[in-house]
Design a protein around this ligand. Structure first.
Ligand SMILES: O=C(O)C(=O)[C@H](O)CO
Ligand SMILES: [Mg+2]
Length: 258
């Protein structure tokens, strides 16, 4: 049975960020993920996790100036010193939360630009090495161009090639099924092929990015396939509820902690 992580950036928005940990637990989740923890002190987040007996499945390393439109800095020339500081900040939060995987966003850059490609490779290799010291996986996530125009890592093949070429045991794919379907389709076959290099899975309906219970993907089939393949990681629920979060959790009832 997949272990689902509530994405607290997108779900449970009826509560303040810190209260979302309690609300997700009440709803039966045993794990959480979110984009960024950095506005709350690490010990405060650690306390919310501990008091709810929740596992921290994933969060992102700092993404640069998000409010100014940045979506990561790993592929941006001249930002390597900033990236090094970001890695240390993320590691402080990792130590407090016990998270075992972090997502590094690439940034907005032309994937065919050799300078961007070389910056990205250097950033990924450096970050992977720092995280390996702490037993943490580094995740790379291809993101579709409709949601994030101009994003550097916009192709599953490019992610697979880099992961394979680097050959670093802790660099893995963040397989967001929503992005996969929009970018390439062929979800089940891709899961079968890429599972050995996959460190985290995320889900949402396509095309609306709502609950995984409608629209063009057959999630009950995909959940069974993920189990059949022996996936032992988390499945992040990275979707915007159609209405109130709790009203949209019927799909989750068979998997909820009682
Ligand atoms: O956008 C997504 O799908 C993600 O998982 C990210 O973490 C991007 O911020
Ligand atoms: Mg995602």
């Amino acid at each position: 049975m997949p272990v689902f992580a509530a994405n607290l950036t997108m779900m449970f928005n009826e509560w303040s960020f810190l209260d979302r940990f309690d609300a997700a637990t009440e709803a039966g989740f045993t794990a959480v993920e979110y984009l960024f923890p950095y506005e709350a002190p690490p010990e405060v987040i650690a306390d919310r996790l501990a008091r709810n007996n929740l596992q921290q499945a994933l969060f992102n390393l700092p993404p640069g100036e998000w409010a100014a439109g940045e979506r990561g800095i790993a592929a941006l020339p001249g930002r390597f010193d900033g990236l090094k500081a970001d890695v240390e900040q993320a590691l402080d939060y990792a130590a407090a939360t016990g998270v075992k995987r972090l997502h590094l966003m690439a940034g907005l850059a032309d994937p065919s630009d050799p300078e961007a490609a070389s910056c990205y490779r250097r950033s990924v290799a450096y970050t992977a090495e720092r995280l390996a010291d702490k037993g943490i996986d580094l995740l790379l996530e291809p993101i579709n161009a409709r949601n994030m125009p101009g994003y550097f890592l916009n192709d599953f093949g490019a992610a697979e090639r880099l992961i394979t070429e680097l050959g670093l045991a802790n660099v893995k794919l963040q397989f967001d099924i929503y992005h996969r379907q929009i970018m390439h389709g062929d979800v089940a076959m891709a899961l079968r092929r890429l599972l050995p290099i996959t460190g985290h899975i995320q889900i949402a309906s396509v095309p609306s990015r709502h609950e995984p219970d409608d629209e063009e993907l057959n999630y009950p089939y995909l959940f069974a396939e993920i189990d059949r393949l022996g996936y032992g990681g988390f499945v992040g629920c990275e979707y915007t509820p159609r209405g109130r979060t709790l009203d949209g959790l019927n799909w989750f009832k068979p998997f909820a902690r009682s």
